[in-house]
Design a protein around this ligand. Structure first.
Ligand code: FEO
Length: 173
């Protein structure tokens, strides 16, 4: 069983993961509007990943005897000055998610809830990868500046990204 606080925060995290997917869908739409289909594809895959993250939380809550509490999902920002501005905002969002995962781990440790702590370790590692991905693209966009040819090359690269089912969901299937 979860503590009341742990269960409330896990349900909140389920909502944040859905919000992440919604935010990245807004970012996908921004790039479709700019004719940059590779960047749009990157965020389509990112949206699928976030939905998978949400599902992983959902199934863990259920498996451990908790109750799912659904809340409304906040409207995402959809107005961006440039691809660089957008990626800086995406990186800031991932840093926020990292702080949320750290908070969940802190609660699990306080509660001596070893099962939840163990479950969360996949997300601790995942957040390192998420921040690294976004940070890498921010750096590339800073180097690209106003070079349209280089921007189109990055668009082609990001168009190659494909969704792979995250390990905790793949194992459960
Ligand atoms: Fe679910 Fe992008 O972290």
């Amino acid at each position: 069983m979860f503590s009341e606080n742990m269960l409330a925060e896990l349900n909140k995290q389920y909502n944040y993961e859905l919000y992440s997917g919604y935010l990245y869908m807004a970012m996908e739409a921004y790039f479709h509007g700019k004719g940059l289909s590779g960047f749009a594809n990157f965020f389509k895959v990112q949206t699928e990943e976030e939905r998978a993250h949400a599902r992983i939380f959902y199934e863990f809550i259920i498996r451990k005897g908790g109750t799912i509490t659904l809340d409304s999902i906040e409207k995402p920002e959809a107005d961006f000055d440039s691809p660089l501005d957008l990626f800086k905002k995406a990186l800031a969002h991932e840093e926020f998610v990292t702080s949320r995962i750290n908070k969940l781990v802190d609660i699990a440790l306080e509660d001596k809830d070893h099962a939840t702590n163990s479950f969360l370790q996949w997300f601790v590692d995942e957040q390192v990868e998420e921040e690294e991905n976004f940070q890498g693209i921010v750096q590339k966009l800073e180097l690209i500046g106003n070079d349209v040819h280089a921007l189109l090359m990055l668009d082609a690269e990001l168009g190659q990204r494909v969704f792979t089912v995250p390990a905790p969901l793949a194992q459960a299937q």
